[in-house]
Design a protein around this ligand. Structure first.
Ligand code: SF4
Length: 90
């Protein structure tokens, strides 16, 4: 879906004792997260989740991507939009 510049959530200083990042003294590098959250090649989950595409319009649906062999995150969980479509609308 992309990221919104200068956005994000963080606990107020008064609640810092509940902040896992503060507790672990860990720096969160969003650039590293972007590397880890890129979509598998050909996966159209972003378009499915934003209503611009229905799962069968993805070229990998019911071919390379099935619930028993998912390519993208929308097919992994039984609650995923592609998996639900595969199970109930195919
Ligand atoms: S989860 Fe599978 S079917 Fe759904 S958009 Fe990604 S690749 Fe296509």
């Amino acid at each position: 879906l992309g990221s919104v510049p200068d956005s994000g959530l963080k606990l107020k200083k008064a609640f810092a004792r509940f902040d896992g990042l503060e507790q672990l003294e860990t720096e969160l590098d969003l650039a590293d997260l972007d590397d880890q959250t890129s979509m598998p090649e050909g996966c159209r989950c972003a378009e499915v989740l934003t209503g611009r595409l229905i799962p069968p319009e993805c070229p990998l649906f019911d071919g390379a991507c099935t619930p028993s062999s998912p390519v993208g995150p929308c097919m992994v969980s039984s609650e995923g939009s592609c998996a639900a479509y595969y199970l109930y609308e195919r």
